[in-house]
Design a protein around this ligand. Sequence first.
Ligand code: NAP
Ligand code: FE
Length: 362
Amino acid sequence: MYYKLPTTLYCEKDCISRHASDISSYGQYAYIITGRHSAKTNGSLSDILNALKAHNINYQIYDRINENPSIENIMEAVSLSDKKCDFVIGIGGGSALDASKAIAMLLANPDKDENCLYDNSKKLPHLPIVTIPTTCGTGSEITPYSILTIHKERTKRSLPHKIYPSLALIDPMYLNSAPDTIIRNTAIDALGHLIESYINTNATLVSRMFCIQGLNGWQNIYRILTDKTRNYESYEKLMMTSAFAGMAISHTGTCLPHGMSYGITYEHNIPHGKAVGTFLGAFVDNADSDMRDTVFSLCGFKDGHSIHKAITEFCGTVTLTSKEVNTAVSGMLSNTKKLKSCPYSVDEKVLREMYQRSVIIQ
Ligand code: NAP
Ligand code: FE
């Protein structure tokens, strides 16, 4: 049995102003990391600036994190930092939050360059990180993971370092400005985390406790996504489900659907949640009957086909060429980490069938 979750988390209305003094405990100079637009329009950036000003904390802003941030994007943020910062604040979707973790590690190791990002020979320190999520799927506000795009490998990969945020502040109202497509795609990412953490060789009683909590609420989320409900209660359910899913994968990591998603996001610019969701139905159907039936009964789907149908209705379909499927299958066969986390045996035939069931092959 193993349990580690060192991040302090609050989820409530006006979360940032209520916890301004907690933020101020991390130092006198903050490096704020955001995407290009959303933090300015959903109110999160002005809330954090007010909180910092109230406590006389200086700051610098980097607001050019792209979706699926690349190593180059991280290095630009590090090079533009004036190196005085005591802590990092990540505001946004998973892209900005993941970026803030990599940046916090590089800033704490000024003698190191980008090569340290994927070098796990040595445990490296990082500056304290405050995370403020504005999407409802990655759980990155609480997970130790940072997933970056590696252009030379034409895919994305998680850093081997575990970089836990110190403080996660969730204000559900930041979802109010998110279009339905972002809410749907990111909620499906959370569903992926819950399912892939439950059906996982690393699962423990504690990780499954978070999965059960999250999957149990999935029928509410399904209704929210179907009816496009927009109120504080629905935003809170979406955010909390995402956080529970983050707590689960913090213990177990993800499994095949995440591994299969990275290449298609890179090659086709498919949003992360949609790319993951594409493979979820086939993934569950392949599991042994105990795990499969527990997942179905918790989240209210009758089989993998109905999961796939719901997800394609929410997020749309994915089309690949048969050459792309061949490349993807051989890539997955060499992804030993994801194969090891899968509780059933996976060979070329199993993977091919999963692609055939999940995507349109031209
Ligand atoms: P995202 O890439 O962070 O953001 C997608 C888009 O949503 C961006 O254009 C962003 O705009 C916009 N946006 C964010 N919040 C918004 C809001 N409240 N209102 C309107 N627009 C908003 O999407 P994501 O799905 O949250 O994150 C995906 C990334 O997280 C991927 O790189 C994935 O690999 C990673 N991930 C990490 C973990 C983990 O455990 N660390 C788990 C799963 C996935 P701006 O660019 O202007 O901000
Ligand atoms: Fe994910």
